[in-house]
Design a protein around this ligand. Structure first.
Ligand SMILES: [Zn+2]
Length: 51
C-alpha cells in the first residue's frame, strides 16, 4: 500500500535533502541554544546540535 504523496517529488526539497518527508523525521529534545527540536540527524536551527 502506497502512501499518498501530498507534495510532488519534483518540488519536494525536504525529501530530496533528507530522503523522507518532514513529518517522518524523528525529533528529539530541544536545542538549549536555539530552542528548536533537534532531529534524528542531530541538526537544529543553529547547527550546534545541543553541544
Ligand atoms: Zn540549536
Amino acid at each position: 500500500m502506497e502512501k499518498k504523496r501530498i507534495i510532488p517529488i519534483e518540488i519536494d526539497d525536504h525529501f530530496k535533502l533528507f530522503g523522507k518527508e518532514a513529518w517522518e523525521v524523528v525529533y528529539g529534545e530541544k536545542c538549549p541554544v536555539c530552542n528548536v527540536r533537534i532531529d534524528e540527524y542531530g541538526f537544529c536551527s543553529c547547527g550546534s546540535g545541543g553541544d
